[in-house]
Design a protein around this ligand. Sequence first.
Ligand code: SF4
Length: 291
Amino acid sequence: MKVTIDSKSGFCFGVVYAIEMAENILVNDKKLYCLGDIVHNNREVDRLNNLGLEIIDHKRLKSLKDCKVLIRAHGEPPSTYEIALKNNIELLDASCPVVLKLQHQIKEGYEDISKIDGQIIIYGKQGHAEVTGLVGQTNGEAIIVTTEDDLEKIDFNKPIYIYSQTTKSPSAFQNIINKIKEKLNKIGKSSDVKFVVHDTLCRQVSGREPQLKLFAQDNDVIIFVSGTKSSNGKMLFLSCKDQNKNSYFVSDTKEIQKKWFKESSSVGICGATSTPRWLMDEVAEYIRQFS
Ligand code: SF4
């Protein structure tokens, strides 16, 4: 049985940057706080935890003083920087440049659209750290759209600027855009109401989807390795499943079942932007024993 690891799967540059920053600091400091999981992968978080990284939440941040705290790739809202300033906390900012650019775009968009009494729409997951950071650029006023039902929150008589969380699926974002256009058409406002679409998807994720689909077609069985909290993990896994019904989502070797490989001659291993390469190697090694 041929076992292949997808060469394009694994950490994106945003995650690599945050983890390298943490590792470099821990060489000397031995102890470092990180606000939220540094990466949506428990095994990698455990590894960094053993090096001295402690994951904290926002409640704990408020109780800390005179220390260093790492901001992960997802970024943070302005309120986090205010707390740090008040409590003399040194923030080590590993926000991904792609997310920082998006925060900046939304801030500018908010200032612009406020002058014409419009609305900022963010297509993303309510409660996701990146989305919280984005909403923070609008004084908490942005409308979060996660599903089509949330479109009811929009006033279709007022200007609309829409942005997407970086890791959403391009086709799902397009679907939401189409639904908004349909609603505007239905009420006869498509030419009166200003509707501006900002394509803010991260190419590190959306660029992987077409290539991953081919990888899924090329193998009899697909083992998709990811933490369950990873947004792009869920999205990319569904793309694999769509192409190959013998696709399985696992977070660890313990979840792998021997019966999945009966009558298969090729197994492809792939993962999310938060999946460490060492974990995919571990999974490959585990599966090779079934050959
Ligand atoms: S997926 Fe894209 S936006 Fe998110 S951390 Fe990676 S490079 Fe940055």
